[in-house]
Ligand binder design. Structure first.
Ligand SMILES: [Zn+2]
Length: 269
């Protein structure tokens, strides 16, 4: 009997050994089936858990917020552009003519993604931009022409380097109005340029504090100043997440719905 059993198992071994692939294939097939069933059960269970969760109440709408990015285009503009896309949010960019010439493809990508592009002058050089009213309007017009050449849109909104006050004189103001320009300063200064990459959370904190302050003072259209810089690319996802969680509506600038926001307190700008 033992002899018989031994010879039987030996025969079995002889048959199995040359075909290890057969036994392996059967094994993996059965494990696949098992995983499929397990996945299906898990899916059903998860669905049940999701269904039984109470619906999250939408946060009450607070105010419109405009994220604005100065000093680009550069490689950080591309990262900010990606972040905005990821969160399905539109921004407003104020580009420098001198950088636009080097990064035409970035300018086009920003425009194509539905963001507003305004000029931030050609040179950003204080001594050149604010030399006199003539030089000033020249810097603006050249910047606007470049945007129109590259995007097909002739933008009316500008942001001047270092803010309008105290640099923009009455003569400069008059030229802007005559040429039908609008000028934006800002409500919230992120002060992003002051920080290193590692300190990016300070930028987030500044935005949170200043935005709350603006909202509590009754501001329904809050303009936030940011830059296309490395540290800002790190802060941007956190800033957007916080704004959305708090119930702010992120918007891009709309010419047909202009909001007056300038330090000169000029209602026609
Ligand atoms: Zn600037």
């Amino acid at each position: 009997m033992i002899k018989l059993l031994l010879s039987f198992s030996l025969t079995l071994l002889v048959f199995i050994l040359p075909f290890p692939s057969v036994s392996l294939a059967t094994e993996s097939n059965s494990s696949v089936d098992h995983t499929v069933v397990e996945k299906h059960i898990n899916r059903l269970l998860n669905k049940k858990i999701e269904d039984s969760r109470p619906p999250v109440p939408p946060s009450p709408k607070k105010a419109n917020v405009y994220l604005t990015f100065d000093d680009g285009p550069n490689k950080f503009t591309t990262i900010n552009l990606q972040t905005l896309k990821q969160y399905e949010v539109s921004g407003t960019f104020f580009f420098l003519g001198k950088h636009m010439k080097e990064h035409e493809s970035i300018v086009k990508a920003v425009a194509k993604n539905g963001h507003y592009i305004g000029t931030h002058s050609m040179t950003h050089d204080k001594t050149k931009v604010y030399k006199n009213a003539e030089a000033f309007i020249q810097e603006i017009n050249s910047g606007v022409s470049l945007i129109e050449q590259m995007t097909g849109h002739n933008p009316r909104l500008i942001r001047v380097p270092y803010g309008s006050k105290p640099h923009v004189t009455t003569a400069m103001q008059d030229k802007l109005i005559k040429q039908d320009y609008k000028l934006w300063d800002w409500d919230v200064d992120s002060n992003d340029w002051r920080y290193t990459d590692k300190q990016y959370k300070e930028i987030v904190k500044n935005v949170q504090l200043e935005t709350e302050k603006a909202y509590k003072s009754g501001d329904k259209d809050i303009i936030i100043l940011l830059h296309d810089r490395s540290q800002t690319t790190k802060a941007l996802p956190l800033i957007i997440e916080w704004l959305q969680e708090e119930g702010y509506t992120l918007k891009t600038y709309e010419e047909e719905r202009h909001i007056v926001q300038n330090f000169l307190r000029d209602k026609s700008l």
